[in-house]
Design a protein around this ligand. Sequence first.
Ligand SMILES: Nc1nc2c(c(=O)[nH]1)N[C@H]1C(S)=C(S)[C@@H](COP(=O)(O)O)O[C@H]1N2
Ligand SMILES: [Mo]
Length: 397
Amino acid sequence: MGIGAFAAAQASAAELLAPLKVEPWSTTPGAPILEHPYGVPSLFEKGVVRRAAKAWPLPGAASSMTPLADLFGSITPNGLVYERHHAGVPDIDPAQHRLAVHGLVSAPKLFTMDDILRLPSESRIHFIECSGNTGGEWNGPSGMPVQLTHGLLSCCEWTGVRLSTLLDEVNGAVGKARWILAEGSDAAAMTRSLPLDRIIDRAMIVYAQNGERLRPENGYPLRLIVPGFEGNTHVKWLRRLKLVDAPLETREETSKYTNLLADGTARKFVFEMDAKSVITRPSPGHKLTTHGYYPISGLAWSGRGTIRRVEVSTDGGASWRNARMETSPRERALTRFEADWQWNGGPAAILSRATDSTGYVQPTREALVSARGLNSQYHYNAIQQWRVDANGDVRNA
Ligand SMILES: Nc1nc2c(c(=O)[nH]1)N[C@H]1C(S)=C(S)[C@@H](COP(=O)(O)O)O[C@H]1N2
Ligand SMILES: [Mo]
């Protein structure tokens, strides 16, 4: 697999006439059990890995991106979940880890991991998208493949404790508690203020992803999940939750992660990720080698609810038709869609457009730029077009 393998080899005419071949692996036993006590993908899948879009200047401050073109369904395997760290990945001994819940609460408490694992748990499937995802397309087609344009995106089943359960453990918020400050224990001490009333129904403190404990790069042993909110609010290596009356205006919500508009004002506390979709197959780097039927497959998501509809165009947006939902749409989770397409060998431009349960429709780049200007950097969610050339090359142009 890997880029380029979308329309793979076909059986030859000679093969079609001969008896089915007996390959060496059919005649001798394969590798013994426990060769890999922790399983690894087939060696033929070694190209399916996270990649960085650029070299980062500071050690530890970097991101890697999920290989979206090579994934199926809507769940991101743990080893391929994109990574974004501001100061590298700490190695935290869960026996030493503590979570303080304090500030405007009745009974502040210092939790051990054992304390948290003994609380009632819940498992929920949600996407996380970095607000910087697809930022390279603000000025028009970047030429990059979908892994590098949209790969700051993942979707896992997260297991942990509801924020509301944790607040019950400290006998609830008191006084003017309206916001909650979340702080990470990495060297970047990622710190964000979050509005309590908007997240209390769904925020979770999680210790597991896709059935196993969190990976170190995704926050082991404990992270905050704020379904639908921009990635940086999902504080990893979580060490502190403080109930406060107003946002603390941390670096991560003033100098960073604000969105500068054309008139020089900035949008602050832009939390929800707006509805968005992208075609992952075929996508740039793929080559269509035969004329005829191709499924157009992709992902759609919204930080404000469920995906109600995905439309696909193969003529540059002149006409649209509904795609099928391949996975059932879930609240603030990735939804896989698929549409049928007969490629006749002519040049084409393929696009997808998501509508969410609030009725919001994913905008064109022109509409987004006219509303937000070109300085925003974050929260780029416009319709993405891939060009298919007559020779079958798929390009971001
Ligand atoms: N403590 C801490 N939490 C953090 C970060 C960080 O650097 N430190 N990065 C944030 C950003 S910008 C994003 S997009 C997500 C990425 O989560 P992931 O690496 O698990 O994909 O984590 C957020 N939580
Ligand atoms: Mo991010």
